[in-house]
Design a protein. Structure first.
Length: 154
């Protein structure tokens, strides 16, 4: 009797291992194929709770994004075409979502924590940022925009 159970357990362990390998492979495949950046967690630092956009150089920007009931700050981010933007994201209250559908960005804004992802904007246009974690009665009003334009000629 015990031998039969062992056999089933063995199969379950093998199947679980296979599924785990499949999940990990899927994430790595999606990262390379769709150039999806997997968000990282950084050590918490109060400096990130001040919403701002830092220009590092012509093509590199840092956005300190702060989510709160019910808004994102900064609400409008202007960058030139071809920019690489590091988003550092935190929340002032509850858990919020941070989704840029056109760029496959899917992050959470969490109180007391900093999440980071990097996005490259190669095409001009307006990229909507929405909160996709239900966070209260004003949830549907939580949006911001990344506006990507050609640099103005001097
Ligand atoms: Cu929200």
């Amino acid at each position: 009797m015990a031998a039969i159970i062992d056999k089933i357990e063995k199969r379950i362990i093998i199947a679980t291992g296979f599924l785990l390998a499949l999940f990990i492979f899927s994430i790595l495949y999606a990262r390379d194929k769709y150039r999806t950046d997997i968000p990282e967690c950084l050590p918490y630092d109060k400096a990130y709770t001040e919403p701002k956009v830092n220009k590092i150089d012509e093509k590199t920007y840092q956005v300190f994004g702060v989510a709160q009931m019910w808004m994102f700050q900064p609400a409008e981010i202007n960058v030139p075409v071809g920019s690489e933007v590091d988003f550092f994201l935190t929340s002032k209250d509850v858990v919020h979502g941070f989704n840029i559908a056109q760029k496959n960005v899917n992050m959470m804004a969490i109180y007391g924590s900093i999440n980071k992802t990097t996005v490259r904007f190669d095409k001009p246009g307006v990229y909507d940022i929405v909160c996709h974690e239900y966070c209260g009665s004003g949830h549907q009003n939580m949006k911001a925009q990344v506006i990507v334009n050609y640099p103005q000629s001097k």
